[in-house]
Design a binder for this molecule. Sequence first.
Ligand code: ATP
Length: 283
Amino acid sequence: MRVTEKAPAKLNLSLDTPMRYFDGSPRWDMVMTSADLADYVSVETHQRPATIKVYTDSGFLPNDQRNLAYQAAHILRSRFHCREGVTIRIKKNIPVAAGLGGGSSDAAAVLRALNNIWELGLSKRELAQISLTIDSDVPYCIYSQLAHVTGHGEKIELLPAQPHYWAVIAKQQISVSTPQILRQINYEKLEHLDNDRLIECLQAGDWQNAVQYMGNVLEPLTMSYHPEIKQLKDKMVSLGADVAQMSGTGPTVFAICHTESRAKRIQNSISGFCRDVHVVTLL
Ligand code: ATP
């Protein structure tokens, strides 16, 4: 049996971390949403060969157990003693290692697909619990809808659906190492966000006010290595974005606009110096 799942990119409308856990990993306090920029993940099960195979149309990605989609199939197969083989084909549209959670979303898509194919009957909450060992963004990606995400990434409180907004998603040719950024967080220097106010606005459907509480506390750290991220963000704001900020640990910057014409204007103005630019709606 074969199932194809859409695996959307995630965006951090807010990203904050109040402290580190004893194991050194950050405790997250984030508001996340997803955008209509998506990979397509086709999952097929078979008796023979009884192995997991991953194929992608990207030359950069591993096809073995280092691929998060492979890990997702492996975890579910082991936990539920399923003996069938799994073939995963990923059409990549989300830029890789960009702060857009592409690998996590592919892994979540595999979990949803296998839950369906093997008729495991797991709820999204159960899938999210199982998925946390893959990556902290996978539990959110099981839902891929506006949510407040805390803890290691496993505590997810859904928020009301957002209005029809546009996002300009732009990734410059910069490499950012997520583990390196996370290791270097100086908790005493972080300028924390008011996530409570942001969530109040989102719950009231007040996006006009919500944008002033959005932000990413890791921007100064990533921007200290890559000042061009700040330049791109400032440019998007000067071109009329409602808000512009980095997603995850970067390097992607996204702008949110309430009209498509504004989003297109930003795209036209920045595509001269940034080739990887997408105008999409928020899901
Ligand atoms: P993170 O912040 O969790 O590192 P990201 O959102 O910045 O993730 P991803 O596109 O998920 O970026 O890639 C992160 C790493 O995961 C890359 O080093 C990539 O090689 C690896 N990876 C494994 N599987 C996948 C996949 N299916 N798609 C994309 N990247 C994958």
